[in-house]
Design a protein around this ligand. Structure first.
Ligand SMILES: [Fe+2]
Length: 385
C-alpha cells in the first residue's frame, strides 16, 4: 500500500473563539495582517470581536471587505495591487469559501509577480506565500484546510483551480457561534457542498484509507445533523457537528480530490454565478447514479453512512442512496437545475466541455467524456419530480 497524506493546518475549535484571534496569531509572529472578508460578514457584525482582539493584541490590520461570491480574478489582482509593499506579513480570511479562496489568491500575489491567472493549475508557485489563517463563517467549503483556491477567470467565464500545499492555511479557527448567523438557505447549500466533498473524496480514484475515514465520518455527521443545523440555528450541537464534518471533508478532499459533481458545478458557477453548494447539490445524485457501477461497494458504503438500511445489498443500497440524495435536497429547499437563474440549453455543450477540462475530471470514480457530462446536464435539466 502506498499512501501519502499531507496536512499543513493547526485546527482550534471553540464557541466564541474569534474573540481570542490575536492570542492564536501571536505565536505565528504576525504583526500586520490583511483581513479578507465580505460585506455580509462585515454587516452582520461578526468582525467586531476580531477587531477588538487584534487591537488588544497589538496586531495591525488592513482590510479587503468586498469579496463577492464566486470570486473573480480581476478583483483578486486589484486587491493585491493595493497592498503590495505595505508590510503585510499574513492574511486573515474571515468568511466562506469565497473569502478564503480570495485570501489564498492575495497571499500568492503578495509574494509573486504577475496576475492570479498566471498561477492556474497544480504546483505553479515559485515562492513561499504569506501565512494564511482562516476563520470560516459557513460550514461547507472546508477551504480552511485545503490547498486549493478556486477563482473565476473573468475573461474566460471559467472557474480555474490553483493547487499548492503552500496555500493551505497554517491555522483554522473554528467558532461555531458564527455559523448560528447563517441564513438557512446558505447553511443548506454549504452543507451540501461539504457532503459532496466527502462523497467525491470517498468514491474517487485517488481515495486512500486516511481520507476514507475522514470522508465516511463526515458523511455520517452531515447525514445526522445537517437538517437540524439548517432548521434550528440555535442548536449548537448540530452546528458544531456540521462545522467539524465540513473540515473533515476538506481534509479528505485535500488528499483524495473531488470529482465529476464539482467539474460540472464549477462550469455552471463560472457561467451563471450559481452558488457553489446549490450547483453541487443539484448534480450530486445524478453523478452518484452515473458512477455507482464503477464500484458498487464504495457507493454502498456511502449509502450506509447516509443511514440507509445496512442489510440491503450494495446494488440496492447505492440505488437507494440516489433517491435519498434527491430527497435531502428537496427537504433543504435546493432548487432544480431548470429553476437556476440564467440556465440556457444552448450552453450545455460548452458546459460539458468545460467540465471535461476541470483539473479534477480524472479523479471521478468513472472515466468521463464530454458526452457523459452532457447527458448528466441534460438529465438534470429535464428532471421534474
Ligand atoms: Fe466544493
Amino acid at each position: 500500500m502506498n499512501v501519502q497524506f499531507q496536512m499543513q493546518t493547526k485546527i482550534v475549535m471553540e464557541p466564541g473563539l474569534r474573540a481570542r484571534t490575536a492570542e492564536h496569531l501571536q505565536p505565528l509572529g504576525l504583526k500586520h495582517v490583511l483581513l479578507v472578508t465580505d460585506a455580509g460578514v462585515k454587516n452582520a457584525g461578526l468582525l467586531q470581536d476580531i477587531y477588538a482582539s487584534l487591537e488588544l493584541g497589538g496586531i495591525r490590520f488592513s482590510e479587503v471587505s468586498d469579496v463577492k461570491p464566486n470570486p473573480r480574478s480581476e478583483d483578486c489582482n486589484a486587491a493585491a495591487e493595493r497592498f503590495r509593499a505595505k508590510g503585510i506579513d499574513g492574511v486573515l480570511a474571515v468568511g466562506g469559501g469565497s473569502a478564503m479562496d480570495t485570501a489564498k489568491a492575495i497571499s500568492i500575489l503578495l509574494t509573486h509577480e504577475g496576475r492570479i491567472e498566471d498561477f492556474e493549475g497544480s504546483f505553479t508557485l515559485k515562492n513561499a506565500v504569506l501565512p494564511i489563517v482562516a476563520i470560516p463563517t459557513t460550514a461547507g467549503t472546508g477551504s480552511e484546510v485545503t490547498p486549493f483556491s478556486v477563482i473565476t477567470d473573468t475573461h474566460r467565464h471559467y472557474k480555474m483551480s490553483i493547487l499548492d500545499y503552500r496555500i493551505g492555511p497554517v491555522l483554522a479557527l473554528l467558532d461555531s457561534n458564527i455559523t448560528a448567523t447563517l441564513p438557512p438557505a446558505i447553511a443548506a447549500s454549504t452543507g451540501m457542498d461539504a457532503l459532496t466533498h466527502a462523497i467525491e473524496s470517498y468514491t474517487g480514484k485517488p481515495a486512500n484509507p486516511i481520507s476514507d475515514g475522514l470522508a465516511l465520518h463526515a458523511i455520517r455527521l452531515i447525514s445526522r445533523h445537517l437538517l437540524a443545523a439548517v432548521r434550528e440555528p440555535g442548536n449548537l450541537n448540530a452546528r458544531e457537528q456540521v462545522l467539524i464534518a465540513s473540515l473533515m471533508a476538506g481534509m479528505a478532499l485535500s488528499n483524495a480530490d473531488i470529482g465529476g459533481v464539482h467539474c460540472i458545478s464549477e462550469a455552471i458557477g463560472g457561467m451563471y454565478d450559481t452558488p457553489h453548494g446549490v450547483a453541487n447539490a443539484i448534480f450530486l445524485p445524478f453523478v452518484f447514479d452515473h458512477n455507482r457501477d464503477a464500484d458498487l461497494q464504495r457507493h454502498a458504503d456511502v449509502a450506509y453512512a447516509l443511514g440507509i438500511d445496512p442489510t440491503l445489498s450494495p446494488a440496492q443500497a447505492s440505488e437507494r442512496a440516489v433517491e435519498h440524495l434527491f430527497n435531502l435536497s428537496v427537504e433543504l429547499g435546493i432548487p432544480r437545475f431548470s429553476e437556476v437563474a440564467g440556465v440556457n440549453e444552448t450552453d450545455f455543450l460548452i458546459l460539458a466541455e468545460k467540465s471535461k477540462c476541470n483539473i479534477s475530471d480524472a479523479s471521478n470514480a468513472k472515466p468521463m467524456t464530454v458526452d457523459s457530462y452532457l447527458q448528466i446536464i441534460r438529465d438534470a435539466f429535464s428532471y421534474s419530480v
